[in-house]
Write a protein that binds this ligand. Structure first.
Ligand SMILES: Cc1cc2nc3c(=O)[nH]c(=O)nc-3n(C[C@H](O)[C@H](O)[C@H](O)COP(=O)(O)OP(=O)(O)OC[C@H]3O[C@@H](n4cnc5c(N)ncnc54)[C@H](O)[C@@H]3O)c2cc1C
Length: 199
């Protein structure tokens, strides 16, 4: 019980910013709708902003944006539930986001048309706190025959979508075939090498 209660998470806020224009221009050879920058997401390294990553939703699919000429940005902030960022009222938070984008020379505030804020508690299972003892908890839950812990928070593991789905598939196959040993579920995503690859 203590192990479960002392598992630690990193929380997350994403803010959507709808803008008519980006200051940053597409200087690559990649063609995009309206020739905006071609990135799906950009990791932000600048130390004078709190922003961690920017998504450009148009580049996931232009159909994610109602007006073809607009750009929906997704700003991502890694934080802890209840901290200064988390507690900021939405209106102030959006203002803060716009200021950060201006600081990065990414947009001009006059072009912003809309915004929204979504707070995601427990977005990232962290490998601190009681994590070192998690194996004891796993051994315990394995003894409960009809309990299958799967997915990201179910396993307290930094699973991607493919790992999460695979854990569900393997659990269902175990149930169908009457396999009681759950090691094959817990062996998903324990490789040292990280799966995401760029092409
Ligand atoms: C910011 C961020 C970016 C990510 N980017 C990527 C990526 O690019 N590629 C990738 O592969 N993976 C990515 N992931 C990881 C991916 O989102 C997860 O691995 C995946 O969603 C986990 O699936 P899941 O089914 O375990 O949990 P979830 O998708 O979180 O589903 C759990 C569901 O259970 C519901 N729920 C919770 N408690 C209860 C309750 N008591 N009763 C009923 N319902 C409940 C929740 O509302 C939720 O809908 C990202 C995760 C985050 C947070």
């Amino acid at each position: 019980m203590d192990i479960a209660l002392n598992l630690v998470y990193r929380d997350f806020i994403t803010a959507g910013i709808l803008t008519q224009e980006l200051k940053v221009k597409n200087t690559t050879k990649f063609k995009t709708v309206n020739n905006i920058i071609p990135d799906n997401w950009i990791y932000v390294q600048e130390k004078d902003v709190k922003l961690g990553r920017i998504q450009v939703f148009n580049n996931w699919s232009p159909y994610m944006v109602a007006q073809e000429n607009d750009i929906w940005l997704g700003l991502e902030y890694f934080c802890n539930e209840g901290d200064e960022l988390w507690s900021m009222p939405d209106k102030n938070f959006l203002q803060f986001c716009i200021q950060e984008l201006e600081k990065l020379n990414f947009i001009h505030s006059n072009n912003v048309k809309d915004g929204c804020v979504i707070r995601v508690p427990k977005a990232y299972p962290s490998y601190i706190g009681s994590y070192n003892c998690l194996y004891k908890l796993i051994e315990y839950v394995k003894t409960i025959d009809n309990l299958y812990l799967i997915g990201r928070n179910g396993m307290h593991r930094y699973n991607n979508q493919d790992h999460s789905m695979m854990s569900a598939i393997v659990a269902v196959e175990n149930i169908i075939h009457g396999i009681r040993n759950k090691d094959n579920v817990w062996n998903i995503n324990i490789e040292e090498e990280y799966h995401e690859k760029t092409t």
